[in-house]
Design a protein around this ligand. Sequence first.
Ligand code: SF4
Length: 288
Amino acid sequence: MIVTPLHAKHPRRFEENRFVYPVLSRRSEGISVGVNLNPDKVCNFDCIYCQVDRTTQSETRFVEIDQLLAELEVTLRLAASGELFEHPQFKNTPPEFRQLNDIAFSGDGEPTTYRNFDEIIGACADLKRRLGLDAVKMVLITNASMFHRPHVERGLAILDQNNGEIWAKLEAGTEEYFKLVDRTPIPFRQILDNIAAAARIRPLVIQALFMRVHGQPPSQAELEAFCDRLNEITAAGGKLNLIQVYTVARRPAESFVAPLSDEEVDSVVALVERRTGLPAKAYYGTSA
Ligand code: SF4
C-alpha cells in the first residue's frame, strides 16, 4: 500500500464531503469509505427497516463525478496514511481496527440505479489503482434489483477485476414476506433470478436482515423458505461465500419494526448453516 501524505492542493477535510464518508465498520473490522450514489435519497425499494432519514431532503440531488472523485481521493489518502485517526471522530478507534479495508458503494438508495454506475465504478477503480491501494476492497451493497441491466453488468465486471465484493440483500423466502418487508413493485422472482445469475459469474455475499414486525419475528416457515431459496441459487450453479444474518441496529423507517435479540439472530444463523451448509455469520443489533 503506497501512502502519500495529504497534499496541499487538497486541503479539504471529509466533514465537508457530499458524496464520500469514512466510517468505522465493525463488520469489516476497519475503516470503510462509503460512496453515496443516491444523494437524492431515492430508492426503488421502500424497506420497512430502512435507516435513511427521508423526512429531510438533501441539498445535493445529483452525483457530480469530479467532486465525488476528489472527495474519495482525499478520504482514501487520510485513511491510508493514518491521519484520519487524529480526527476527533476516529481518535478512539481500537488499534486492531486502524486499517483501511474497503470502499463501499451504498448510501441513501440503491447504488445500481445510478445511470452512470459503470462509469463511476471504473473511475473509482482507476483512482484506487493510482493510489496503490490494490488490497483495498470495493464492496457493492445492493438490493440486486438491477443486475440484469447492461450498465450494471458492466459495473459488476469492473468490480470483479478490482478486488470487488458484491453484498446482495435477500431477506425473505416468499413473495408475500418480500413485499411486506421490502415494499417494491419489483417481483421477488426477478431478485432471485438476478442473484442466481450474478452468483454464477462470481461468488456473492448475501445480506439478510431479519426483524420483529409488529412484535412478531419471521415465522419458522418463512426462515425455512429463505433457506430453500438459498439452496435453489446454489443448485443452479450460484456460489455464495457467506450469509450475513443481521438485524436492525439504528432507528428504522417504521416504528412497528424492532430488532431481534442476539439469541434469535444466532438461531437464524444455526438454521441457515444446518439447512444450506453455507457459512453464516451473526451481526447483532449493536453491530455497526
Ligand atoms: S434498499 Fe436499502 S436504501 Fe433502499 S429502502 Fe431498502 S434499506 Fe433503504
